[in-house]
Ligand binder design. Structure first.
Ligand code: HEM
Length: 416
């Protein structure tokens, strides 16, 4: 016999989702004392699941699929249409392999050289500035790194516009109203720009280096041997550029963590016993970014005594899993040392998704993210010094994606 899922009363809880933000699923998990809770979002029955076992089932591609999951409003802003996020089965494996081929150790080495160089350029600029708003500057540094590494020409006069647009797509994902529309306009403009670049490569008007994302995506063939249509190619190249800019958010949270834990600063810089890596991991666990992920049930199945009917939307709780008291001791304390004992499970620490990279949908850029954060925090913890004037560093857990209110202002930046 099957149990019934704890079910929230009421017609629709879309408004609660907007009001409760990152705590939408965790609040329900607590209220019903269950890792499986049924609710209604955007007029559809939705099952929320949380925790390590939940992540394990969610990443079983025999049970769940992604095609048709992302709502139109998310596709029109954050993801774009036709990208890897919405593919399943062989089509997904083939496209994902192209993404993963860009993550070889040689490609990551090139990326690290670019990262170092761009930080040095930025710091030289900051030394002559009165005040630096780290979040804005970090996104700009990341935009330069992203374009340089991906092989996309970026003219100095366009840097601000392109950074703003890539940033706006990210900022739109939990928004309704102006922030959402800003994200849509940004996507339209960015797709136009990147489509042009793909066309330039295909017609031989610009020469792209073979190891770059620009080249690999422009000339990627689907399993039948056809090139991607221009718009899809642009969506996929933006799937490289946009999330590199997103790392600016984790860098800003990292600066907050350094500021609020001054005794850890030197250990991060000297990197004793791999401390910097643990600090980076803790930033990715502790601070809110992705709230949850969605997938659809392929065929009806029963799990832990509960029935999951075909085509039901299931949401996996990212934020709550990373803050689960069952998985993490003192989950709401920033404590990098915890990672010296982490078991490396692909299912209990899921800021960028879980499971496997090649078969599943786990973030293709997780290694890149950790590497760029590591180098960035080296600069922020010891290559430079700066004053942190009084400001509001609080961040709202109702705003998706979240960011400290003051965006982290630094003054009197100087080389150490
Ligand atoms: C997928 C988070 C950085 C490329 C994802 C997913 C999450 C995520 C939650 C979805 C996993 C799933 O659907 O199961 C993040 C965060 C980042 C980040 C928080 C840093 C701020 C990056 C970077 C890149 C990247 C730097 C590439 C340069 C991708 C791609 C996918 C993806 C291509 C789709 C994978 C697939 O559907 O198979 N990311 N990501 N991400 N990410 Fe990231």
């Amino acid at each position: 016999s099957t149990n019934t899922v704890s079910k929230e009363e009421g017609l629709d809880h879309t408004l609660s989702l907007l009001k409760e933000g990152y705590d939408f699923i965790p609040n329900r998990v607590r209220k019903f004392d269950s890792k499986i809770v049924e609710t209604r979002i955007l007029g559809k029955k939705t099952i929320c699941i949380s925790g390590k076992d939940a992540a394990e089932i969610f990443y079983d591609t025999n049970r769940f699929k992604r095609k048709g999951v992302a709502p139109g409003r998310i596709q029109k802003s954050l993801f774009g249409e036709g990208g890897v996020q919405g593919l399943d089965g062989e089509e997904h494996r083939h496209r994902k392999a192209m993404f993963m081929s860009l993550m070889s150790s040689e490609c990551l080495k090139v990326l690290d050289e670019i990262t170092e160089k761009q930080w040095q350029i930025a710091i030289d600029k900051w030394k002559s500035m009165d005040a630096v708003v780290l979040f804005e500057e970090a996104e700009e540094i990341m935009c330069r790194i992203a374009c340089s590494w991906a092989g996309v020409p970026l003219w100095a006069k366009d840097l601000e516009l392109r950074t703003m647009d890539l940033s706006a797509m990210i900022d739109a994902f939990g928004a309704v109203g102006p922030r959402h529309w800003e994200g849509r306009r940004a996507r339209t403009r960015t797709e136009r720009w990147i489509s042009y670049m793909i066309r330039q490569v295909r017609t031989g008007k610009i020469a792209a280096d073979e190891d770059t994302a620009l080249y690999q995506i422009a000339w990627h063939e689907d399993p039948k041997g056809n090139l991607l249509d221009i718009k899809t190619a642009a969506v996929e190249l933006i799937n490289i550029l946009r999330p590199i800019v997103a790392i600016g958010r984790f860098i800003t949270f990292g600066a907050v963590a350094l500021h609020e834990n001054p005794e850890k600063r030197n250990k991060v810089f000297t990197d004793e016993a791999g401390y910097r890596q643990m600090f980076v991991q803790e930033v990715r666990r502790y601070y809110p970014f992705g709230p949850f992920l969605g997938a659809l049930v392929r065929e009806k199945f029963t799990w832990k005594g509960y029935e999951f009917k075909k085509r039901t939307l299931v949401l996996l709780d990212i934020y709550g899993t990373n803050h689960s008291p069952e998985l993490w001791e003192y989950p709401d304390i920033f404590w990098p040392e915890r990672f010296s004992e982490w078991d490396g499970s692909p299912f209990n620490f899921i800021p960028q998704g879980g499971g496997e990279y090649d078969i599943g949908h786990r973030c293709a850029g997780e290694g890149i993210t950790v590497q760029i954060m590591n180098t960035s925090l080296k600069y922020l913890s010891g290559k430079i010094d700066y004053d942190v004037p009084l400001q509001d560093l609080n961040y709202s857990k109702l705003r998706i994606p979240s960011i400290p209110k003051s965006r982290f202002i630094m003054k009197n930046v100087r080389h150490v």
